[in-house]
Design a protein around this ligand. Sequence first.
Ligand code: APR
Length: 178
Amino acid sequence: MKDTYKQIQVVLDDITRLNVDAIVNAANNSLLGGGGVDGAIHRAAGKELLEECRTLGGCATGESKMTKAYKLPCKKIIHTVGPIWKGGDQREAQLLASCYDTALKLAEENQLTSIAFPCISTGVYHYPRKEAAKIALETIFKHIRNGAYKGDILLCCFLPEDAQIYEQLLKEHLYDKS
Ligand code: APR
C-alpha cells in the first residue's frame, strides 16, 4: 500500500497552472463551458477549446472525453461530467465514481504519466465534499491496485478544506472502509 501513496499527491492550486499530461475538467453535459473550474479552464485554454468541444456532441454524466489543451501548460484536457447532488438516492455515488474511472481509463489508454483531478461535483453540483473525496480515493486506489494506471495522480484542490479532507482520509485510511 505504501507504494500506492507515492502515486497520489494532494495539491492546493489552480488546476489551469499545472504542467501535467492531463487535467480533468468538471464539465456539464453540453461540454460548452460554464462557471467554476470549467470556466477557468476554458478561459485559460482559449477559444479553440470551445471549437473542439463543439465537435464532441456533448458528454453523458459519468463519462469522459479528451481534447487538446491549447494555451494551457498541460498536454490534454479530460472533460468529465459529474452528477448533480439530489440527496444521494439517484445513483450519484456510482456516477461520481464513474467520472474518476472513465478519466483514468482514458489516461491508461493514452499512456499518460500524470493526471490532475479537481474535486468533481463538489461546487455548483453540491456533492457533499467528504463523501465525494472518499469515492474519488476508492476509485483511484482500485485503478492503482489493479496496476492499470502507473502514473502520478494529483488531487488538485482549490479550497484548503478540500485538501484537508483528502489529507485526513489518506492518513486515516478512511477511504478503505468500503
Ligand atoms: N482549479 C481547481 N479547482 C477549481 C478551480 C480551479 N481553477 N475552480 C474551481 N475549482 C473547484 C471548486 O472549488 C470545486 O472544489 O472545482 C471543484 C468543482 O466545482 P465546480 O467547478 O463548480 O464543478 P461541479 O461542482 O462539478 O459543477 C459542474 O459547474 O461550472 C459549471 O459547467 C460546469 O455545469 C457544470 C458545473
